[in-house]
Design a protein around this ligand. Structure first.
Ligand code: PAP
Length: 347
């Protein structure tokens, strides 16, 4: 077995073993939660309106119960496969740019997921009370989560901490997740067919889904409180990185100075965080995340519109209708391809 296969085997066995490691009290707590098979073959539990993977259910509940936010904290929140890795790299590099010499940017030696750690997939995974004072090498503290807005700990919602959220059109997100799940799936199980995955996605069943509830939860919260939540789109970033990076810096309270702009700092950040650069770094070719997932799995194509190579006309029609229905009246728009004619706006 090569390193990737060993990591995968470890990750799959972690997901499968986790339920047998639950104590009686926890088993009792979750016994009545609705349950479904995840796309990669483990279990999803329906908890507080969302499908939580068995691997992180306990960690998520610990995080929800015990995490105390500081006013200065920054949290990268995402639905899986919407640009988490990218936004982690961008937020890290923007927020801390004056805390290290540029040619020693930690992104060159650590994966974005190692630098901006998940609450549920990392910090709380094996420890209900992680020492959060010492996990961040830089200040302010920077964390990440796939948790839906409605389920965030009260201290995150009520404190002055800031949330940066990125969403992505559901067609690209769906294909990205389907291909990712196939890589994680246990060798002894057949991969989920595109039809099967589509059926699950259409009915809101995927890790941290329903997708639309997740996106709209953060979208509405960002509309109500734009100083607290910055809502970004994968497709907008692809189209015009520099102006979104300036907005991000402004939102984080570290706007680029005129000098920095003249020195090309914005372009440097966008370049170091680009798909092409990150994918080729040794650390991202070889490293493994705490869950056992190889870093390479987080870098596939990074494009807008790749769904057109996979979805059937029937699937496209269903998703277009679903998008219209779900976004109705919300003011949220998805760009489905880099060609502007192919966009779905909310009525
Ligand atoms: P996660 O939520 O599981 O952490 P996430 O990083 O959101 O994963 O998703 C990975 C997707 O982002 C992949 O998309 P694809 O399958 O359509 O290719 C990956 O290629 C893409 N991605 C990763 N890094 C970047 C980047 N720097 N720029 C653009 N896209 C990226």
């Amino acid at each position: 077995m090569d390193t990737a296969e060993i990591s995968k085997a470890r990750m799959v066995s972690k997901s499968h073993d986790v339920e047998s490691s639950w104590d009686d009290e926890f088993k009792k707590l979750v016994q009545n939660f609705p349950k479904e098979r995840s796309w990669a073959g483990s279990n999803l539990y329906f908890y507080q309106g969302f499908w939580c993977p068995s691997l992180v259910l306990k960690a998520f509940i610990s995080f929800q119960k015990h995490f105390q936010a500081f006013n200065s904290d920054v949290i990268v929140a995402t639905f899986p496969k919407c640009g988490t890795t990218w936004l982690k790299a961008l937020t890290f590099s923007t927020l801390y740019r004056n805390q290290f010499p540029w040619d020693e940017n930690p992104l060159l030696t650590f994966g974005p997921h190692q630098l901006v750690r998940f609450f549920e997939y990392d910090l709380y995974l094996n420890n209900p009370f992680p020492d959060l004072q010492n996990v961040c090498a830089y200040q302010p503290r920077l964390f990440s989560t796939h948790a839906p807005y409605a389920t965030l700990p009260t201290s995150i919602k009520d404190s002055g901490c800031k949330i940066v959220y990125i969403c992505r059109n559901p067609m690209d997100m769906f294909i990205s997740l389907w291909l990712f799940a196939a890589k994680l799936r246990d060798k002894n199980r057949e991969s989920l067919s595109l039809d099967e995955a589509f059926d699950k996605f259409y009915h809101g069943i995927s890790a941290h889904g329903p997708f639309f509830d997740h996106v709209l939860g953060y979208w509405k919260a960002s509309q109500e409180n734009p100083n607290k939540i910055l809502f970004l789109n994968f497709e907008d970033l692809k189209e015009d990185m520099d102006s979104h990076l300036k907005n991000l810096a402004m939102f984080l309270g570290v706007p680029f100075t005129d000098d920095e702009e003249t020195q090309g700092v914005v372009e440097k950040i966008s370049k170091i965080c680009s798909f092409e650069n990150l994918k080729e770094l040794e650390v991202n070719k070889k490293g493994v995340h705490t869950t056992g997932i190889p870093h390479t799995h987080f870098f596939r194509k990074g494009e807008v519109g790749d769904w057109s190579n996979y979805l059937t006309p029937f699937m496209i029609e269903c998703l277009e209708k679903l998008i219209q229905e779900k976004l109705n009246g919300s003011g949220l728009t998805f760009k489905l391809s880099s060609k502007t004619s192919n966009n779905i706006a909310s009525p």
